[in-house]
Design a protein around this ligand. Structure first.
Ligand code: GDP
Ligand code: IMO
Ligand code: MG
Length: 421
């Protein structure tokens, strides 16, 4: 069996949580491979909305195993709160959740450092979710991070002390208010809580699943345009959000990768700072934000909105080797008589290009648009057989431009509001 990968092709929040939940019954295992509690993955069914941050989105399916892979940064305090929230729903979470011993732990000081670094950046701030993602990955790469497996050793407390002392030597130059005693005791209580779960060698676990013929879906977090290498650096997150990240974040060899599902919204959004060529700063953008309820699932911040950006999507498709495209939130464009799609960029020197320039951050980019007729009707009760012609034309246009088949259209947040093409 192959490992399929599902990831966002834009700046995150494409609807990954919903689709992982929709696809989960087809898989034996769902595995998160990067990111941490900066993610907010929303699932909706039976009239209830759930937002998951660190727990894979297969958790509501009783026959699906869920793995938090080695590439993830895990905050035990947030983990505990998430599990406690789920306890209302009569799920056997302990049976179905497995956590890699090699996942990196987010310490309370990582969250404080995130705040300190953002404050220092002033108007150039990244717009981080302040969950400690950058600082914890910094420690991982700096070879001084603490990992989930370390919690099982007697030396954990002394390692914690040593690392937090190093963090305090940086924090003392920043004036942040916090109650360390409270943060520390909350952290150690959460560590004890975490130790009740199955802490595993996830690379062995997953490769055994592959060998025994079981299917795995790797669940991406964030989006390709927030990738540490390929995103709009430095306005990115600190992990590999692309297909290759699934290999390093799970210990799965590239030859085992199967389908790559690329998810995109029928338009674009971004939360946090950084370039966004098709951003609409006018009433149209406001209309999109309202129609799409575009407010962050993790921070509640309003998301920036704009038209679909095909050069950016083509770039993401190339980097990820996308084999199937899934278009989300088509219903948000119900009330737009004209739909615009950016097909190329005009640079400051007048050059037209459909490649992302290296200087995306400083380059003045003017999007070149193609206009299509909107469907101007509600997609609420639409099926494959009564799709409006204009929606069909929009999908055909995108398919032709992007050169990858579109196999699913999402027309609402609920599990059931999904058209398989
Ligand atoms: P993720 O981070 O990629 O999982 O996406 P988020 O959960 O952060 O954001 C997607 C938002 O759009 C959530 O509030 C979903 O419930 C919602 N959503 C998902 N698919 C659709 C859709 O097709 N139409 C509408 N209107 N909302 C959707
Ligand atoms: P999901 O998985 C959207 C953005 C932040 C900020 C930048 C860096 O729900 O799609 P970080 O906290 O990682 O230091 O923030 O990345 N960001 C996201 N935007 N969806 C996400 O996750 C995001 N995770 C991080 O807004 O601009
Ligand atoms: Mg999200």
């Amino acid at each position: 069996m192959k490992v399929d990968v599902l990831l966002g092709l834009q700046w995150g929040d494409e609807g990954k949580g919903k689709i992982v939940d929709v696809l989960a019954p087809k898989y034996d295992v769902i595995a998160r491979f990067q990111g941490g509690p900066n993610a907010g993955h929303t699932l909706e069914f039976d009239g209830i909305k759930h937002v998951l941050h660190q727990i894979p989105s297969g958790i509501f399916r009783s026959n699906t195993k869920n793995v938090v892979g080695n590439g993830v940064v895990l905050d035990p305090v947030i983990f505990r709160a998430e599990i406690e929230k789920l306890s209302k729903f009569n799920l056997d979470v302990k049976k179905n959740l497995f956590i890699s011993k090699k996942a990196t732990i987010i310490l309370p000081t990582h969250r404080l450092l995130d705040q300190a670094y953002e404050k220092e950046k002033g108007e150039h701030k990244i717009g981080s979710t302040l969950k400690g993602i950058g600082p914890s990955y910094q420690d991982k790469i700096g070879r001084q991070g603490l990992r989930v497996g370390d919690t099982l050793s007697d030396t954990f407390k002394s390692k914690f002390k040593k690392l937090t002392e190093l963090h305090f030597s940086i924090l003392k130059n920043h004036d942040l208010e916090y109650n360390w005693e409270e943060l520390e005791s909350q952290f150690f209580e959460a560590i004890e809580f975490l130790k009740q779960f199955e802490l595993i060698d996830s690379e062995y676990f997953l490769n055994k699943e592959i060998k025994s013929g079981n299917s795995i879906l790797a669940e991406g977090a964030q989006g390709s345009l927030l990738d540490i290498d390929f995103g709009s650096y430095p306005f990115v997150t600190s992990s590999s959000t692309v297909t290759a990240g699934a290999c390093t974040g799970l210990g799965v060899a590239p030859c085992h990768i199967g389908e790559v599902f690329g998810i995109f919204k029928a338009y674009s959004t971004r939360v946090g700072s950084g370039p966004f060529p098709t951003e609409l700063l006018d009433e149209e953008g406001e209309k999109m934000r309202k129609a799409g309820n575009e407010f962050g699932s993790t921070t509640g911040r309003p998301r920036r909105c704009g038209w679909i950006d095909l050069p950016a999507l083509k770039y993401s498709i190339m980097i990820n080797g996308v084999t199937k495209l899934l278009m989300m939130k088509a219903d948000v464009l119900d009330g737009f008589p004209i739909i615009k799609a950016c097909t190329s960029y005009k640079l400051a020197n007048g050059k037209i290009t459909d490649s992302l320039p290296y200087e995306l951050v400083n380059e003045k980019i003017t999007p070149v648009y193609t206009e299509l007729k909107g469907w101007n009707t509600s997609l609420k009760n639409i099926t494959k057989d009564n799709m409006p012609l204009e929606l069909f034309a929009y999908v055909s246009f995108l398919k032709k431009e992007l050169e990858v088949p579109i196999t699913l259209i999402s027309t609402g947040p609920d599990r059931l509001q999904t058209i398989h093409l």
